[in-house]
Write a protein that binds this ligand. Structure first.
Ligand code: FMN
Length: 197
């Protein structure tokens, strides 16, 4: 099982920790994992130049998205984590999602059937974590992937954390967040296994 984890935070703090916690958790179950953080990466905005549509050779920009494209194509499952910014995902993560239009333009089935799950981390207890999860799930749906949450009675739409604006320490100390993350990952892995079989 190949799993690609993405952190949408410009820092190597809470989201970086949570996505790597998830990857290590699944690695122990036997998964092969890869990681990408948007931190300090060059990811240009989509220009809507339609180069990708006309040429079908990927994006006109040659930047750090090359690594994301390669790993998304490689993966069976994708985990996207984001801090909550203004009640939703970060601008960096939204740009990464927009830029995926280029690989779909080349091959509309390129992400079809891959399984996706989501992690969101807010500084406030109810800061928009569920809205951010839904935005990530919408990305999966639009790109013909299979969105997976954590299931009812405990994890619902996926993993949410309350960092209290304390970065990595805030996430590490959020016991409930970590429990919900593990429940989400168990479900994610089960769906992945069932699809593979
Ligand atoms: C520009 C900006 C906007 C933010 N907006 C929200 C918000 O709407 N809701 C919230 O709960 N936290 C908000 N936060 C706090 C972060 O989501 C929080 O500190 C998070 O844990 C940071 O994750 P990181 O450590 O991975 O960078 C915001 C932080 C920044 C920098």
């Amino acid at each position: 099982m190949r799993i690609f984890g993405i952190s949408g935070s410009p820092r190597l703090q809470g989201t970086h920790f949570a996505v790597n916690y998830a990857l290590n958790y699944l690695k122990e179950k036997g998964a092969e994992v890869r990681y990408f953080s948007v931190s300090r990466k060059k990811i240009n905005f989509c220009l809507h130049c339609d180069y990708c549509i006309k040429k079908k050779e990927g994006c006109i920009h040659k930047d750090d998205m090359e690594e994301v494209y390669e790993n998304l194509i490689w993966a069976d499952g994708v985990i996207i984590g984001t801090p909550v910014y203004q009640g939703n995902i970060t601008g960096q993560l939204k740009t990464l999602m927009d830029r995926c239009r280029a690989i779909l333009a080349k091959d509309p089935k390129i992400l079809r059937g891959k399984v996706g799950t989501a992690i969101s981390i807010g500084g406030d207890r109810n800061g928009g974590q569920e809205i951010a999860l839904r935005t990530i799930h919408d990305f999966y749906i639009i790109n013909e992937m299979i969105p997976v949450g954590g299931g009812s009675f405990g994890a619902n739409l996926g993993a949410t954390f309350w960092s209290k604006d304390r970065g990595k320490k805030g996430v590490e100390e959020d016991e409930e967040g970590l429990r919900v993350l593990r429940k989400t990952l168990n479900r994610f892995y089960k769906v992945l296994r069932e699809i593979k079989e």
